[in-house]
Design a protein around this ligand. Structure first.
Ligand code: GDP
Ligand code: MN
Length: 399
């Protein structure tokens, strides 16, 4: 789960990490009051969306020469005008996808004078199961671009959780960023605080781009992106409260409400499978026979008719889906429950695309019988390869 910049900065503030003073606004009328609570002479107006690259992004239906989602303004009035301009518009950045994101919140921040722009991120390194630091002197740019063009300017290292964070790590970051004098001490402190925030809140990603040296020689986090481990949210109510559902894929959101493991993908074949391993294998075999899966979906072991119905609704709500493959190996899950769920779902939402069903395992005969007698236009399959070939062929034929 990701959060907004202003929320990440609030967390940082709580951990004593240096950030600029700022106010979030949800309505244009609030902008003047919010901006006048901040000292000038520069007010930075920042669109809050869960995608980076806002500064270089563009609004849909922009007028000629109109700027992106991060603007430096010189008065309270100008800041309020920018808020008015951005609110409710769609901002497209290289991370948002071509559809862009609607701007519902704006952060107004006291402008900082910048001497240097640096890059600092904390991530989980899955290979070592450690937290990794990524540092670069090339701040304000995309780290992917830096990695492609000047990989020697990126320094990474990991922290052993057994020993934890120490001054040594902070000095290592400071050295990688070319800091000197009292900035080194500030950096050691900053690194320790960011690490503690990361661990205590079950973060998955924390990116500060840019981390700046101000014109007064102080370190400050000018931008902040944070993501959290969804599996840890049950013990992080304070983080969960920061969730912005308007930023999430509505299909993934619906799935999470029914405790379905669903991930939207780009292909044309909707999949309903039980078990993560079988779901992965199903996606692979769809690709093998020349099509692409529209989603990963594991309905889990003990799915009810209601859950199956919801899963089916989520799949059919995706306009990209040109065919559906249901692949169930009934162990704990019973094939008759799946069959009833499918029938209930089709009754509710209709079936406009070909449907292939492969059932195996517990109550398979009953499941097949229920489907056969339902009058539904179901293509039955015997095994995994047969099912994948049949749905790929059906989609090609109906296309
Ligand atoms: P992003 O485009 O989504 O990554 O948003 P950022 O928060 O990183 O802002 C983009 C750029 O705007 C930064 O790299 C800075 O160059 C500039 N910027 C942001 N805040 C300030 C500020 O307070 N003062 C100045 N001078 N520039 C700023
Ligand atoms: Mn940034």
């Amino acid at each position: 789960m990701n959060i907004h910049e202003y929320q990440a900065k609030q967390l940082m503030r709580e951990y004593g990490v240096p950030v600029s003073d700022g106010r979030v606004v949800l309505k244009a009328e609030e902008a003047k009051t919010a901006a006048s609570e901040l000292d000038g002479p520069v007010w930075v107006v920042k669109a809050q969306i869960h995608a980076g690259g806002r500064g270089k992004g563009h609004f849909k239906e922009a007028s000629a020469g109109e700027k992106g989602g991060v603007r430096l303004t010189r008065s309270v009035e100008e800041a309020a005008d920018e808020v008015q301009r951005m609110l409710g518009r769609t901002l497209v950045t290289h991370q948002s996808g071509p559809a862009g994101r609607t701007v519902n919140r704006i952060y107004i921040e006291e402008g900082a004078g910048i001497a240097r722009e640096l890059y600092l991120a904390l991530l989980i390194d899955r290979k070592t199961s450690h937290i990794a630091f990524v540092c670069s002197t090339e701040g304000g740019m995309d780290i992917e671009e830096v990695a492609a063009k000047t990989p020697d300017r990126i320094v990474t290292f990991t922290v052993d959780p057994a020993t934890g964070i120490s001054g040594f790590h902070g000095r290592r970051v400071a050295f990688a960023l070319g800091l000197e004098g009292r900035q080194v001490r500030q950096c050691v402190e900053l690194v320790g605080r960011l690490y503690r925030l990361f661990v205590e809140k079950d973060a998955e990603m924390l990116e500060v781009n840019p981390l700046i040296v101000t014109d007064k020689g102080e370190l400050r986090c000018l931008d902040a992106k944070m993501g959290f481990d969804s599996n840890a949210l049950y013990r992080q109510p304070e983080i969960l409260a920061l969730r912005d559902e308007t930023e999430e894929d509505p299909k993934e959101l619906a799935a999470s409400k029914f405790d379905l493991n669903y991930i939207a993908l780009d292909g044309e074949i909707g999949c309903m499978v039980n078990g993560a391993g079988l779901a992965m294998a199903t996606m692979d075999i769809i690709k093998l026979f020349g099509a692409e899966p529209a989603n990963f979906l594991d309905v889990g072991g003990g799915a009810t008719t209601e859950k199956v119905t919801e899963a089916f609704k989520i799949i059919t709500s995706d306009p990209q889906v040109k065919g559906i493959l249901i692949n169930i190996f009934g162990g704990i899950m019973r094939c008759d429950v799946i069959a009833e769920g499918v029938i209930a779902a089709v009754k509710e939402v209709g079936l406009k695309v070909p449907l292939v069903v492969r059932l195996e395992g517990t109550n398979v005969e009953l499941g097949k019988k229920i489907l056969n007698e339902s009058g539904l236009d179901v293509i039955a399959a015997d095994d995994l390869a047969d099912a994948a070939q049949k749905i790929v062929a059906a989609v090609k034929e109906y296309a």
